[in-house]
Ligand binder design. Structure first.
Ligand code: SAM
Ligand code: SF4
Length: 328
């Protein structure tokens, strides 16, 4: 079992499979994109699979596939097949912008992968296109409805962006009222490829809750697992739930059970900190498994206690990195 230097059990891996993406969400990267890494720096499917296998051996029982956009990787399903065969891995999930998932829905189902997080920050076409800088609204909408109606466990991630999509907070709850879906509102984080400075955000989780409660005063707080990053609620008469994720306020660090491996093999123990190791060459050179295990143990053994402490690893508040490189 992996236990960090603050006695937190680590059993959840967020594995980025690419830094490429077919959208250009303005809170994630500049319109021209970022400097994507060279192909030979990206882990191959075998390498991603090897790292996962080692980590599962060390006690990881839940893997979320992220990116970049995972489905831009043509060989993604090969990785998912390999992961599905890993003993000890109880939960495989995917975070996606839902533009390219359509052709893979049946295969995901067949593999038993039912947890899909769809990032959707607007219910209005114009807002969607302004934020993502692409015209994929209909495709995303259709795929989302298909995932829901085909019985996937769908969670919508909606980043609340000042001056951009706050007018869609209530409508998305209204739209999802009859579906068994969790709509999670996230605070914006400073990982956008260095396009803006961050001193604070208007839409923190408290402001979002206050806004929602003006329209829906009758809601109840739900019990959530101790490692959950979302505070969850149910509105009277709604089939699904909604959640608030204090991703910028960082109230959940005390129970953080996550480890991140990027598409280039960086090991990240906190989104706000710097990478603690890189596994690519160790895996590529086919060194002993113990070497991979030791790198992971070292990284996990030197985790910052909170996201605020981890942020201190950077010398500036303007983060140059983009969420597409670290996986979210
Ligand atoms: N492309 C996929 C997607 O959008 O779902 C997966 C990768 S994306 C980087 C993972 C998550 O990070 C998404 O839910 C996205 O909305 C979120 N994200 C990206 N940039 C962010 C930022 N600056 N602040 C908060 N969340 C962000
Ligand atoms: Fe792409 Fe996801 Fe970033 Fe949007 S948030 S640009 S979909 S990686």
């Amino acid at each position: 079992m992996l236990v960090d230097n603050h006695n937190r059990k680590i059993n959840y891996l967020r594995l980025a499979v690419t830094d490429r993406c077919n959208l250009r969400c303005n809170y994630c990267m500049p319109s021209e994109g970022i400097e994507f890494v060279k192909n030979n720096k990206l882990l191959t499917i075998d390498e991603l699979s090897k790292i996962s296998e080692v980590l599962v051996g060390q006690g990881i029982d839940k893997i979320r596939i992220t990116g970049g956009e995972p489905f831009v990787r043509k060989d993604l399903m090969v990785l998912l097949q390999k992961l599905s065969a890993l003993d000890g891995l109880n939960d495989i999930s995917v975070t996606t912008n839902a533009t390219l998932i359509g052709p893979y829905i049946d295969e995901l189902k067949a593999l038993g992968i039912k947890n899909v997080n769809v990032s959707l920050d607007a219910i209005n076409r114009e807002t969607f296109e302004r934020i993502t800088r692409r015209n994929q609204f209909d495709t995303v909408h259709n795929n989302l409805i298909r995932l829901i109606t085909e019985g996937f466990n769908v969670r919508i991630n909606f980043i609340v962006l000042e001056g951009q999509n706050e007018q869609d907070i209530i409508p998305i709850l209204e739209l999802m009222k009859h579906y068994n879906v969790s709509v999670r509102f996230l605070e914006e984080m400073p990982f956008n490829g260095g396009t803006k400075n961050f001193t604070g955000i208007k839409w923190d989780y408290k402001a979002i809750l206050e806004h929602i409660s003006k329209t829906y005063p009758n809601f109840e707080k739900l019990q959530s697992p101790p490692t959950s990053t979302s505070i969850n609620y149910k509105i009277d008469g709604h089939k699904g739930t909604f959640g608030l994720i204090p991703s910028f306020s960082r109230t959940f660090c005390g129970s953080c059970n996550r480890l991140r491996v990027t598409a280039t093999g960086d090991v990240i123990t906190c989104l706000y900190g710097k990478p603690k190791a890189n596994l690519r060459e160790i895996v590529r050179e086919k060194k002993e498994i113990e070497e991979i295990q030791n790198e992971i143990l070292k990284a996990v053994g030197s985790r910052a206690k909170t996201g605020f402490e981890a942020q201190g690893e950077h010398s500036t508040t303007i983060f140059k990195n983009s969420m597409t490189s670290i996986g979210g």
